[in-house]
Design a binder for this molecule. Structure first.
Ligand code: BG6
Length: 482
């Protein structure tokens, strides 16, 4: 049964809503995942006619849906759900009454407020909702990343929201947790004895976790130049992936148990500070280059005049250790960067070499096993094994790969991360959302890295767009530099 829930998006016609949320909701409507009475309120500051707003949404969908997804009948049905309201979320005035009246008229008791607005106004927006009696036990709030800029600011924002909403009502979204293969990590680990029994420092030598992008700033200069790759991608997406990859099996796959296990991983991360910063981190910034045959400008050229000369990192690589019984001594190489050679996200588990070689020299080299879990662009898993080459006298060992492509195996295309997570919020399932303690703990690990970069003057090394990042990162990543 689908919950009869209304959704209010603050920043309803902003960048995130246009690119991600509206296409996700459109798809949810096409797949019949929304209750019949569900309305979607798009709140924006601009005052325009309803038709002008509808045109913006339709254009956004045409641009951001996949080919063939936009159909007249689907659009006609979707637009019936849209209600446009004009509110400045940081101001309390009588424009909120329009929203209240609209929500009261749907007859749905349950409501979700999605904050696709700057975190600096989360607190005031909550206060305004409360002042207009729009916060009830049946309301939930979704907070977009980044929550804060460091531990202190994140704590302040979380405290402001907590003054109006209970932790059970707060959904801190990290869209990487909505990606199928990230969830599949739990399915693979806890549904198969073959992996979980080979998932520790006795069998694993090292692990690579990469999110490589080909895009540059995409017009987000103001935000990105203050954040950089560490805050934008590592504090949230990469650390969340690392947690699911390395956490102990929870007793049950519910929100409390999963979050408790993830938190233990974050607490076990070995601190990186001024004493070990140079050995464990690499920062980079892209210069002009060529991606997919197209010339692209440098980071500096993409910046506006005031930010020129900025040393913000667009690439970061970290050698991280999890100091616990299972993972002691295993390096986890985390990497993310913009304007790299290819767009992909993947986890590569490098197993140890066999403990004793029984083959003689003529059998050739023995490569350690490797498990590659791909999140994007395709969702797949490859296990590289050593086997005997066929039709050759004697034993000559060659690597051979078992290849599982999930879309082919299940004859279905994979779903959209935001769609999955929005449906979870509507159904009240917090399992794939971060708890306040996780956000705090992640910042507690990130802050000393930023402080040490400053105190030890670790600057961003230049790397050409279309490469795999600074040369110094190459030895850490055997799989990216293909
Ligand atoms: C966002 C970051 O959270 O994730 C962006 O702010 C980044 O800078 C994006 O481009 C990457 O997401 P995806 O799903 O395209 O890999």
């Amino acid at each position: 049964m689908k919950s009869a829930t209304d959704l209010v998006i603050f920043g309803g016609l902003g960048d995130l809503s246009i690119r991600k949320l509206l296409p996700a909701l459109y798809r949810a409507n096409v797949s019949n995942q929304l209750a019949q009475t569900t309305k979607i309120f798009l709140s924006s500051r601009g005052v325009s006619s309803e038709q002008a707003h509808l045109d913006i949404v339709e254009r956004a969908l045409q641009e951001h849906l996949g080919s063939g997804e936009h159909e007249q009948t689907h659009w006609d049905s979707f637009k019936q759900r849209l209600v446009f309201v004009c509110i400045d979320p940081g101001e309390l005035d009588d424009r909120w009454d329009q929203l209240k009246a609209g929500l009261d008229s749907t007859g749905n008791a349950s409501r979700v407020y999605y904050f696709a607005i700057p975190p600096s106004i989360y607190g005031q927006t909550c206060a305004n909702l409360a002042a207009k009696e729009l916060v009830t036990a049946n309301t939930r709030v979704v907070l977009e990343k980044p929550i804060g800029y460091d531990y202190e600011s994140a704590n302040e924002i979380n405290a402001q929201v907590a003054a109006y909403f209970q932790e059970e009502q707060i959904y801190r979204i990290d869209h990487y947790l909505g990606k199928e293969t990230v969830q599949n990590l739990m399915a693979l680990r806890f549904g198969n004895v073959v992996f979980e029994s080979l998932w520790d420092n006795k069998t694993i030598d090292h692990v690579e976790v990469s999110i490589a992008e080909t895009v540059g700033l995409e017009g987000r200069t103001g935000f990105y130049d203050k954040a950089g790759a560490l805050r934008d991608m590592v504090q949230n997406h990469l650390l969340q992936m690392l947690c699911l990859l390395t956490m102990e099996p929870p007793t049950k796959l519910d929100a409390d148990n999963i979050r408790a296990e993830k938190l233990k991983v974050l607490k076990a991360l070995r601190p990186i500070d001024e004493f070990n910063i140079k050995a464990n981190t690499i920062r980079g910034q892209y210069v002009a280059g060529v991606i997919n045959g197209k010339a692209v400008p440098s980071y500096q050229e993409e910046l506006d005049e005031v930010s020129k000369g900025s040393t913000t990192e667009t690439f970061v690589a970290i050698k991280a250790f999890i100091d616990n019984w299972r993972w002691a001594g295993v390096p986890f190489y985390l990497r993310t960067g913009k304007r790299l050679a290819e767009r992909f996200a993947e986890i590569v588990i490098h197993y140890k070499a066999v403990s004793h070689r029984v083959f003689d020299e003529s059998a050739g080299p023995l490569e350690p096993n490797r498990l590659v879990i791909r999140l994007q662009p395709e969702e797949s898993m490859q296990l590289t094994l050593m086997s005997k080459e066929l039709n050759r006298y004697g034993i000559y060992m060659r690597p051979a790969t078992l290849n599982l492509n999930f879309a082919e195996a299940f004859k279905s295309s994979t779903s959209d991360a935001y769609q999955r997570l929005l449906m979870d919020v509507m159904e009240g399932n917090q399992a794939l959302f971060a708890h306040r303690d996780e956000v705090d703990q992640a910042w507690a690990w990130i802050d000393p890295i930023i402080a040490a970069w400053e105190s030890e003057q670790v600057t961003s090394q230049e790397y050409p767009s279309g490469s795999w990042g600074p040369d110094s990162a190459e030895p850490w990543f055997q799989t990216g530099n293909r």
